[in-house]
Design a protein. Structure first.
Length: 297
């Protein structure tokens, strides 16, 4: 205690600036992960013990239940505050939910291949807004692990050094980039630092919002359950604060990878919310009572 940050060590903060992620371990208990995912199989209509019933191998379910992170996972909350520059910059309530992303054996019939630029599915998150360098809608990318997530078991592929290429792309497009508008085929080959986001149930990866990542193969066919809730900021990010230290770690990381000390940025088009196609697809996994799916993630 008494350090610069509420939860993160200086080493973790430095790792975030350099490689775009930290993993906060044990943000909630295995028992909590158990009850939170209790209704998942009945919502899917699959038998947990009978893989022959697992028709779809990857399902992104709608969010029905929500938990306020501040009380549900205080350590994660403190780490988020550390990364985005303090509680006062976060639009509250900051919630996680049960919009599970389930990997039951994606491309399990193909030989295992580690993450490379050639892996399929690289993307930036945020299908619900027009992207600018300073966008407030997705202050962080988060991967909440609701089951153990192991090597070759569907652990999300992460391109740790994608912040620079994506930041430069956004800086070059002040008119905004649509959710599927990133030129991923030219951005990913610039990346060389690939990892699998493995961990235990209750661990949480907090990543820079520009980090490219991809659904991984699950050759083990062991059910893998995560969520990817965004953190919403009250105000757009700033890259021209009076003092370097006033920049959040996310802003510092962006400037670091742009190779700039300051980068004033003004969008040249209005900010825009976009209704994701995802919400329409998800309706089939709502409860039998027919509850409508909620908002982002
Ligand atoms: O399934 C995964 O591991 C990643 C999911 C993801 O990135 C997404 O749904 O946006
Ligand atoms: Fe994603």
């Amino acid at each position: 205690m008494g350090g610069k940050y509420q939860l993160l060590t200086e080493e973790e903060a430095a790792q975030f600036v350099e490689r775009g992620f930290v993993r906060v371990e044990g943000c909630f208990g295995r028992d909590v992960a158990g009850w939170a995912t209790e209704e998942m199989w009945s919502r899917l209509g699959y038998d947990a013990d009978d893989p022959s019933t697992w028709v779809d191998k990857r399902i992104h379910m709608p969010t029905l239940k929500r938990f306020e992170v501040k009380s549900f996972a205080p350590e994660a909350w403190h780490a988020v505050c550390d990364l985005v520059g303090g509680e006062e910059r976060i639009r509250e309530p900051y919630m996680w939910g049960d919009g599970f992303i389930v990997n039951l054996g994606v491309r399990a019939d193909e030989p295992w291949a580690p993450p490379t630029a050639a892996s399929p599915g690289w993307h930036a998150d945020g299908d619900f807004f027009l992207h600018f360098l300073d966008s407030p809608e997705q202050g962080l990318l988060t991967l909440v692990l609701w089951t153990d997530v192991v090597h070759q078991g569907g652990a999300t592929f992460v391109a740790c050094d994608s912040v620079g290429p994506v930041a430069r792309y956004l800086a070059d497009h002040p008119e905004g980039v649509r959710p599927n508008g990133f030129d991923v085929p030219s951005l990913v080959p610039e990346c060389h630092d690939f990892i699998e986001a493995t961990g235990s149930a209750g661990d949480v990866f907090l990543l820079h919002p520009f980090v490219l990542h991809a659904t991984a193969q699950n050759t083990l066919r062991r059910p893998r359950v995560i969520t990817n809730p965004p953190v919403s900021l009250k105000e757009p990010m700033r890259f021209d604060r009076a003092e370097w230290e006033d920049h959040s770690l996310v802003e510092q990381a962006t400037l670091h990878h742009l190779g700039m000390e300051r980068c004033p940025f003004t969008p040249s088009a209005p900010r825009e919310r976009i209704v994701p196609e995802r919400l329409r697809r998800q309706a089939q996994y709502a409860t039998p009572s027919g509850m409508a799916p909620g908002g982002p993630a």
